[in-house]
Design a protein around this ligand. Sequence first.
Ligand code: NAP
Length: 299
Amino acid sequence: MRVAVTGAGGRLGRALVAALAEAPFTGLSGPIAWTRADFDLDAPEAAAALIRGDRPELVIHAAAWTDVDGCARDPDLAFARNATATGVLARACATAGVDLVVVSTNEVFDGERSTPYAPDDEPRPINPYGASKLEGERTAAGAYAGAQARLGIARTSWLFGPPGNDFPARILAAAERARDAGEPLRVVGDEHGSPTYTHDLAEAIIELVSDGDVGGIHHLVNGGVTSRAGWARELFRQARVAAAIEEVPAATWTRASSPPLRAVLAPTPLPSGEPMRPWQQALADYLPTLLRQRAAAAR
Ligand SMILES: NC(=O)c1ccc[n+]([C@@H]2O[C@H](COP(=O)([O-])OP(=O)(O)OC[C@H]3O[C@@H](n4cnc5c(N)ncnc54)[C@H](OP(=O)(O)O)[C@@H]3O)[C@@H](O)[C@H]2O)c1
């Protein structure tokens, strides 16, 4: 099967390309990696010609403008990149009879309730990033209405993984700065989610694809729920970093975008019946890579 990935240079895109290269169904030529040079969200009209030229049978749309504060400062650009561009890509795929998986986010929900969100719960985004991603889901669904090909929406949350500059990398750097300044490290204690390893998410998407079960809305997250502070604490325990954490509310810092405080996704079943593993185990797998990345950056 010929599978193309948009945003192939991004955090999830890299993991998808690596996992698809190992998947038996992508054949000898492997996946088709579309970086920003091939498919730029600011020039999405390129999609139709790209599909004609590369002839994918499935496209996984991982490209997005993921700078949530940037999206809040420029909501029009957020909609152009995350909604309009997704719609253009979806129409090109649906017209060509190509299946599409759109990667989306837990931030389509308001995070105001205490129980996890199922795929058919009513979305209500509270920031422009979430609103633009939800509109991307909806424009894609519109493009596939009545189409022969299938559309899957894969929502996820709190991604971590190479090449760095993710929450684990940033919190390790912050802990170092706090230690040098002789201050406690202040970490948000009232924002909850499921940290999800890009490698595991890529494998889960591949499982859905290889089972031919990609259509519909999927909630794909590692097992377990924690706060930002809980995530930091577990990371420090695993990395043997001694750091005193002071839990503070998310409202402590003024940001352009407000995160939903409890937009926790209820995981949907995978074809194997096995849930994605707990986030702590995934973090332990990632740790050696994370520490190597930090060492390389320090050189
Ligand atoms: N990160 C999270 O915690 C998280 C949580 C839930 C859902 N998601 C969703 O998961 C997907 C993958 O996220 P990610 O963390 O892998 O994001 P990322 O690392 O920021 O990657 C985004 C990709 O989009 C590409 N892109 C193409 N055109 C762009 C444009 N005009 N402006 C900005 N970027 C453009 C980027 O290209 P360059 O490589 O050239 O920059 C990059 O490869 C996205 O759909 C995101 O909404 C992410």
